[in-house]
Write a protein that binds this ligand. Structure first.
Ligand code: PEP
Ligand code: CO
Length: 387
């Protein structure tokens, strides 16, 4: 289904006419409008030419190379930016060594804008008290209370400022080595709309990050998030998870990439070790012949509770990933990359490889991340699979 209208006649506010999942309702419309006006006048976080360069690099991955995408589930306003960038870049380098073929590795960090979270349960209950769930620092605050959990549009300005600082820091430290591009879920549409800019040729680009992805919970084909992503020219991802039908995926690909442009679409399989074998093959079949990259997120389908906290077992992460490599290869599709939630620090959030107790350093604001040792182990496993 090619779009009949000229993509250049699309407008960043087009999503407002569509039903939207997972967006906060701001109590004060004037305050929201003021923030949006400030963001429209604000500096872009990334340069369009760099996003275009990433798109070209992703367009070559089916021939040669591999995508390494990863970082925190959610960034925080109290993160120490320079230190975090430095450490995450160090982890990317160490993983690149383990993966081999460093020259053609495309590195994309979940950083510089990963501040808004979709939630399965929109209400959090503690004892007899209920408040809206935490939705990421760009929307509300982590502490449990009515005021903390009320969505505050001014948080978008703070998120933008931190993202600009993060992107600038990354540019400085990566000047002499492989670039690390930025990505986050394209979720908070008022923020994304306000940072959408027009290039000289008339095309529209998100300037909040080089790469945005469509989350598992917001992929209604006629919904607001698909509408927004359909109009921007950036490289984008689609999370593909349990229950996604081949027809729905084909419809999304038609809508988001009608011209089958290499580098435009990265399909991110997040089924979990116990479901991937059942669900991935029919999706690989329906995208056969399209210029998409298939990569694996072996995190989000493997979340479980352990003593009241969310965790993931490294063993399940590894099984999910190995199944992905086997299934793609059986289908004649290149396993083109991996998407991980990981920290360069010694956090204790995922179980395995030295972590059997979550207490010592459970720090995540949202989902459990692999620590440095665990992430390097996974990179080594991938290096073996790719060798
Ligand atoms: C995420 O990547 O943090 C996330 C929420 O993923 P998904 O949409 O796949 O659940
Ligand atoms: Co997550």
């Amino acid at each position: 289904m090619a779009r009949d209208e000229d993509p250049k006649s699309w407008h960043p506010a087009a999503w407002r006419h569509r039903p939207a999942e997972q967006l906060p309702t701001y109590p004060n419309a004037d305050a929201l409008a003021q923030v949006e006006a400030k963001l429209r006048a604000a500096a872009p976080v990334i340069r369009i030419e760099d996003a275009a360069r990433l798109k070209r690099a992703l367009g070559c991955v089916r021939e040669r190379g591999f995508v390494l995408q990863g970082g925190d589930c959610a960034e925080n306003f109290d993160d120490r930016v320079a230190d975090r960038v430095d450490r995450l870049a160090g982890l990317f380098d160490a993983m690149a060594n383990a993966l081999g073929d460093r020259e053609h590795l495309v590195r994309i960090a979940r950083i510089g804008g990963q501040f808004a979270k979709p939630r399965t349960t929109l209400i959090e209950r503690q004892g007899d008290v209920e408040h809206p769930a935490y939705r990421g620092d760009m929307i509300n605050a982590r502490s449990f209370g009515a005021e903390a959990r009320a969505p505050d549009p001014a948080r978008m300005l703070r998120g933008h400022a931190q993202s600009v600082g993060t992107a600038a820091t990354m540019g400085v430290i990566r000047q002499d080595s492989a670039p690390i591009y930025t990505c986050h879920e394209g979720l908070l549409l008022p923020y994304e709309e306000a940072l959408t800019r027009r290039d000289a040729d008339g095309s529209w680009w998100a300037t909040s990050a080089h790469f945005l992805w469509l989350g598992y919970r917001t992929q209604q084909v006629d919904g607001a998030h698909v509408e927004y992503l359909s109009g921007i020219a950036n490289p984008i991802g689609i999370k593909c998870g349990p229950g996604l039908t081949p027809d729905a995926l084909a419809a999304m690909c038609d809508r988001l990439d009608p011209d089958d442009t290499p580098g435009r679409l990265t399909l991110i399989a997040r089924f979990g070790a116990d479901r991937i074998e059942q669900e991935l093959p029919s999706l690989l079949a329906v995208t056969k012949g399209r210029a998409v990259n298939w990569i694996v997120d072996p995190m989000h389908g493997n979340t479980q509770k352990h003593e009241g906290r969310k965790t993931r077992r490294v063993e399940a992460v590894q099984r999910d990933m190995e199944a992905f490599f086997a299934l793609t290869r059986e289908a004649g599709v290149k396993p083109a990359g991996v998407h991980l939630e990981m920290s360069p620090n010694d956090v204790t959030e995922c179980l395995g490889l030295g972590v059997d107790d979550l207490d010592p350093a459970y720090r995540t604001a949202c989902d459990p991340r692999l620590n440095r040792t665990q992430a390097l182990h996974i990179a080594q496993q991938i290096g073996t699979l790719l060798a």
